[in-house]
Design a protein around this ligand. Structure first.
Ligand code: HEC
Length: 677
């Protein structure tokens, strides 16, 4: 959460008092500008980077009282450090108060946006819409956007532009002024403006919708999505055809667009529910359920009986249970036998996650598949016994592998050393700070004690969805939740019907049910070592924990795609995300699993990338612990020694010879921060 306490607690106290004091004497500086202001800015420039967030917060508020480009620069610089909702709000206020100062600094060139995209985006959202539109209009008037859409402008226009800026973006898009990737981004940006802020571009919108015929799947999907956001969907015939599109994102978007049409889409959904393709039938049933739950019953049941694997089942149940009121209704629908065990077990887990406890559904699923409900209360005695057994015979190394199992999803919700999800508390030092009994209880009965600050909220939307998660941030117009799959969910406030605190923990009960006793004990042993000195201490940092792996294959060169590894966004599905072990090693087994060991032979290289961030330009020394056969590259160039890097984010790549996969790779530096989120 925060950057941790500085070693010297009194230093922090001193910082708060000092920043607070500077806040209390603003008038003097205005009356007598000069050295006094310079001195205070110098002090604040340190305080605003203090390791303790409370000090940063006080410094931010003090900066708001000293209008000037330096104050703006210092304030926005806070974004390069970890944020929390309070700091976020303080920065928002500060920029809001300094808005004209910031705009002037931007226009005079005293504050440059290059390399500060995050800061720019924040500032544009913090100022009033008409100010943002003015800034964007002025910056953009000078030139059309680059063809490859480089820079932050496309997204910024969607987040802050008015009808005129959106109209210019639309014209450039419709006129073929962007390459395919940038075209898709522009369409998404226009959609976001319509969905979240209800702002539409001036001018004729049809050009964008013609892009449904594009040869590029990303563009087709984005144009389709936009037609939904603008509430001008294509005809049922076109939608039916797109439901069989070769591209998965296009097929998925078809159903989103049909859902937005409400009951008008029912005839098409009924037809699609009879499709020969099982995934289409599943989607049609789910979309049907979101429009007309009782009517969708038979189609849903058929889909449950045909769920092919755990991942599909999990996605299916999550989608189904996010429909308002679905738990009870589906429970009533389920037959008392004939539900496949695996599908039922996954359903039971999902029915208990996200602060939801659909007791009816859990019971109906258990009955239908002949399973026990495992709903027994765990006594204090049993908990103490299990903790003692884990201490005596649990193996933390094996336990780490249990923790990483994807079906348990611990990693999706929890981080260790900052790597992992943020739905639940960070586990870095849980073993050092919590008693084993407490750990066992947290695992067996997540609802017994819900940790402070991790209560979930359950939001019902006007268009019939029930969503749960923790609040990431909120503004006057939008609420951003972190859902149980660690994804951010952006909701327009105007679409929210009700909002309540979740009655149960976001962590699902019954998580340990599929584990053997040995596996359970190993897991507890692992958790109880976390943060204690030794191999399970991830508190120090300075080592890469989040990697993305990909293969370079022969066809990349043939297709003239030799530099995709520097260009493809890290979210692209070509990269597979893996976390290193708690000790910081990315082991051979992890690499082989992530890159599919069986096709080593057809690869030119295996790539492992991570990112580092610098607040100020500086020289960075990397230490790569790996046997021969690896090369270290930064931002497109091979490096052998220290590298000079500018402020901002840099891509660091380890190129591995597929014929000499090292037993592990481990990348360290003390000169820059590894990016985790
Ligand atoms: C869907 C998200 C989710 C999943 C999956 C999940 N957790 Fe949690 N976990 C949470 C949340 C949220 C909390 C805090 C609320 C609470 O105390 O119940 C929590 C709390 C905990 C705590 C108590 C932490 C404390 O500081 O009090 C432990 C220990 C824990 N989880 C371990 C695990 C393990 C091990 C797994 C995998 C077997 C796991 N969790 C899976 C969301 C999740």
């Amino acid at each position: 959460m925060d950057g941790g306490l500085p070693s010297d607690g009194s230093g922090m106290f001193h910082g708060i008092v000092l920043a607070g004091a500077l806040l209390l004497v603003p008038a003097v500086s205005l009356a007598a500008p000069g050295s006094d202001v310079a001195e205070r800015l110098a002090t604040l420039s340190k305080l605003v980077q203090d390791p303790h967030p409370r000090v940063r917060l006080e410094a931010l508020r003090a900066l708001a009282k000293i209008p000037g480009s330096r104050s703006v620069e210092l304030a926005l610089g806070v974004l390069e450090q970890p944020m929390d909702p309070t700091l976020d709000y303080a920065l928002w206020l500060t920029i809001n108060e300094l808005s004209e100062t910031w705009i002037a600094a931007l226009e005079s060139g005293a504050w440059k946006p290059e390399g500060r995209e995050k800061q720019l985006a924040f500032a544009l959202k913090a100022i009033r819409p008409e100010q943002a539109s003015r800034v964007l209009g002025r910056v953009l008037k000078e030139r059309a956007l680059p063809r490859d859409g480089s820079g932050p402008w496309i997204e910024l226009i969607g987040q802050a532009g008015g009808p005129a800026e959106l109209g210019a973006l639309l014209r450039q898009t419709a006129a073929g002024g962007f390459d395919d990737a940038a075209t898709a981004r522009a369409l998404a940006s226009l959609g976001e403006a319509a969905r979240i802020r209800k702002v539409r571009p001036e001018g004729d919108p049809r050009g964008a919708l013609d892009l449904l015929k594009s040869g590029d799947a990303g563009v087709r999907a984005a144009a389709l999505r936009l037609s939904g956001d603008w509430k001008t969907p294509p005809t049922a015939e076109v939608l039916g055809r797109l439901a069989a599109d070769p591209s998965e994102p296009v097929r998925a978007t078809v159903f989103e667009v049909i859902r937005l049409q409400g009951t008008a889409g029912l005839p098409l959904l009924k037809a699609l529910a009879e499709s020969t393709d099982p995934a289409t039938r599943r989607r049609a049933a789910l979309t049907w359920a979101s429009v007309d739950l009782p009517g969708a019953g038979p189609a849903l049941l058929a889909a449950v009986q045909a769920l092919p694997d755990d991942q599909t089942a999990q996605d299916f149940w999550r989608a189904l249970l996010s429909i308002k009121g679905s738990g009870k209704q589906v429970a009533a629908l389920l037959p008392s036998s004939g539900i496949p065990g695996a599908a039922a077990r996954t359903g039971m887990r999902v029915a208990r996650e996200g602060g939801r406890n659909d007791v009816d559904l859990v019971l109906a699923l258990a009955r239908g598949a002949g399973l026990s409900t495992d709903n027994q209360a765990f006594t204090g005695q049993l908990i103490r016994e299990m903790a003692a057994k884990a201490a005596a015979s649990g193996d933390p190394h094996r336990g780490e592998l249990v923790y990483r199992r994807s079906d348990l999803a611990c990693v999706t919700c929890h981080a260790i050393g900052g790597a992992g999800g943020r739905v639940g508390p960070d586990m870095t030092s849980i073993g050092a700070s919590a008693q084993p009994d407490y750990l066992v209880e947290s695992l067996l009965m997540p609802n017994a004690k819900v940790k402070e600050g991790y209560h979930g909220v359950v939001v019902e939307t006007k268009d019939g969805q029930t969503l749960s998660g923790t609040v990431v941030r909120e503004s006057g117009s939008e609420l951003v939740l972190r859902g149980t799959a660690n994804q951010e969910i952006v909701l327009a406030k105007s679409n929210i019907e009700s909002r309540n605190q979740a009655s149960a923990s976001l962590m699902p009960a019954g998580l340990l049910d599929p584990l053997s006793e040995t596996e359970q004990l190993d897991l507890v042993a692992f958790l109880s070592r976390l943060g204690k000195p030794g191999e399970f201490d991830a508190s120090k940092g300075g080592v890469a924990r989040k990697w993305r792996l990909a293969n370079v294959v022969h066809t990349d060169q043939q297709n003239g795609q030799a530099d995709w590894m520097w260009k493809k966004p890290l979210q692209d599905k070509r990269w597979t995300e893996v976390f290193s072990r708690v000790n910081g090693d990315l082991t051979r087994t992890l690499m082989e699993t992530a890159t599919k060991a069986n096709i080593w032979s057809s690869k030119i290289a295996v790539l492992a990338v991570t990112e580092v961030q610098l607040a100020q330009p500086g020289t960075v020394r990397f230490r790569l612990a790996a046997t021969q056969g690896t090369e270290l590259w930064v931002d497109g160039s091979k490096v052998d020694g220290p590298v000079a890097l500018g402020a901002g984010t840099h891509r660091v790549l380890v190129r591995i010879d597929p014929n000499h996969i090292p037993d592990k790779i481990r990348l360290e530096t003390q000169d820059a921060a590894f990016v985790l989120n």
